[in-house]
Design a binder for this molecule. Structure first.
Ligand code: PMP
Length: 294
């Protein structure tokens, strides 16, 4: 993720990653009270573009707000800092990880201090290019009445780590989690879509992370005349789907080969997921609007 020359934004300045220090008494370290984001920048014909920067930084700010973490950066400032950081690191494309950590306070009320760090590194497709073999997890997604499931709070990711470890130990690539009502929710770090005939179905918001990639995919479907239903569905229904895929900033659009012992029957190359994988790539590379114009 870093070498001796890597630069990060930390506590108000762009500095070398090596040599920066973090607060040992931070609530983020002890209790998981911190907020993060996962963003990608792409090298496009118009130069480096941070994809959906505004939406990601709005979500970061919303996370700080729900956890009462003081955070005074504006979305515009955050975007400007991030472009500068990419430039100083000589990155034309990168994965970007903003992280708000909370100050030294061992009480269980949010500290009145916070520090923003932004790291970035070169990262290929998080889940690779292969079709994924997925295992239904024994862990459920968190109950929305016990935390803000739509905020990227560092502590919430224990649930993701437990399910990803469980899947990996059993020889699978990824986990699929149900919500507290036994509806299909999402993977450890991506949203899920299934294809049935010519329509796509994805869990509605409420018990899931409302993914920015998920929204881009839904919007692409609208533009392309592909019908998408946002509704609850059970595992049994997913196991009758023709095809399925995950969406996320890190994972982008990635197809599923199987879920437990169910093999998705439709050839991935003929699926709507494959088509959307291609459209998504065009969108992040700013190639779509151009195509529409000509
Ligand atoms: N679900 C979970 C649990 C996640 O952590 C993420 C990544 N933020 C996603 C879905 C996908 O969200 P996005 O498309 O905004 O990256």
């Amino acid at each position: 993720y870093y070498n001796k020359d890597s630069l990060v934004y930390h506590n108000g300045a762009i500095v070398k990653a090596l040599g920066t220090s973090t607060q040992l008494y931070s609530q983020t370290l002890h209790y998981g009270n911190g907020i993060f984001e996962g963003i990608r920048a792409y090298k496009t014909t118009f130069g480096t573009k941070i994809f959906k920067a505004r939406a990601h930084y709005k979500r970061l700010k919303k996370g700080a707000e729900v956890m009462d973490i003081p955070f005074n950066y504006s979305v515009e400032e955050l975007i400007k800092i991030t472009y500068e950081l990419l430039k100083q690191n000589n990155y034309e494309d990168a994965y970007i990880r903003p992280l708000i950590t909370t100050g030294a306070d061992m009480s269980l009320k949010t500290s009145d201090e916070s520090v923003l760090t932004i790291q970035c590194w070169k990262w290929g497709k998080y889940m690779g290019d292969k079709l994924l073999r997925v295992k239904t997890s024994k862990f459920q997604r968190p109950n929305p009445k016990s935390c803000y499931v739509d905020a990227k709070v560092t502590g919430h990711y224990i649930n993701s780590i437990l399910s990803a470890n469980e899947a990996k130990k059993a020889g699978y690539d990824e986990a699929l989690l149900l919500d507290m009502n036994e509806n299909v929710a999402e993977s450890s770090g991506a949203n899920v879509f299934m294809q049935k005939g010519n329509i796509l179905i994805t869990p509605k918001v409420g018990h899931i992370m409302p993914g920015i990639t998920r929204k881009v995919v839904v919007d692409l479907c609208k533009e392309e005349g592909i019908k998408v239903e946002e509704r609850d569905f059970r595992l049994q229904e997913l196991k009758t789907a023709d095809s399925a895929f995950f969406t996320g900033t890190a994972a982008e659009v990635v197809g599923l080969k199987s879920l437990d012992d169910y093999q998705f029957p439709l050839d991935w190359n003929k699926s709507l997921g494959k088509k959307l994988m291609h459209l998504y790539k065009q969108e992040v590379l700013c190639e779509r609007k151009e195509l529409v114009k000509v």
